[in-house]
Design a protein around this ligand. Sequence first.
Ligand code: XIL
Length: 318
Amino acid sequence: LQALAARTRPDFKIGAAVALGPLTSDEDYARNLVSNFGSVTAENAMKPQFLSPQQGVYTFEEADAILAIAESKGMAVHGHTIAFTEAMPRWMQELPSGTDAERQSSATALLDYVTTVVTHFKGRLDSLDVVNEPFDVDQGTSFQQNIWYRVFGPGYPAVVSKAVYDADPDVLQFINENGADVPGRRQDALLKLALDTNGLGGHIYGVGLQAHVYDLKTDAISAGDLTDTLNNFENAGLHVRISENDVTDGRGTGAQAKQYATVLATCLRSRACVSYTTWGVDDRYDWLIDDNGRLQQGHDFLFDDGQPTPAYDEMRRA
Ligand code: XIL
């Protein structure tokens, strides 16, 4: 897939979210990854809850192992993620923010985290989600009131962005969000947030559009809507990564394959769209598998038990 995309877009990256377990234990997975993808995102290993289980304590081993494998295969690495409500260690969530003095000491702790992590990875990440899922989970347009918000206020993305820039000025910075893949209020809010952040001195290069399609009946992404979306961001001077695309149903009918190919083809035809990442490699390790080991809905990915799915073939034609 990467080689095909590079024929028309030499700098374009096709990526996948990966976990260290299958990468080191499953030959099919590793082979399918390396022969099709030019970029990886650690599915979990670079999230704050995994990088810093206790304040001042850092566990970089797993992230570093993924980085080393990617580098040995000449793959780019996207960092995911700094400020993310859902993936914070307890110490971070519980930093006090009631008084000025508390906010000041918590600000120091949060910025220490940013500087330590970004300095650790300096020069090795091509791009980074400085903020992930800033807005309310109910598809709203106001900020989740997490510790970053409570300590730094509504300008927190700019604070994080500047701290990231100070530690690594070369990493391309993104704000990543779900539900903003098609035009509408949520997309407007994301676009405005990226511009406002830069207005406050931030260094946002673009936005990540997650493009999770859980139900083709309600969340299918059409070529027209995605083209309009990419134009909206391009007109604002922003770049776009399709950051976590997966399609949870429609394998049997061929609809899944078509949806995958539509998203990739539309992205490839837009100058503003700089990369495409799918949120996994093989259904064996699907993040939507429930506690009983069953897929919650259908089958997600481009490979299933090591074999290409119809979506893979359709993507090759995109
Ligand atoms: C998911 C991982 O895939 C799971 O393994 C983990 O248990 C929860 O997080 N949006 C994001 C990702 O930005 O970080 C999420 O990843 C999927 C939804």
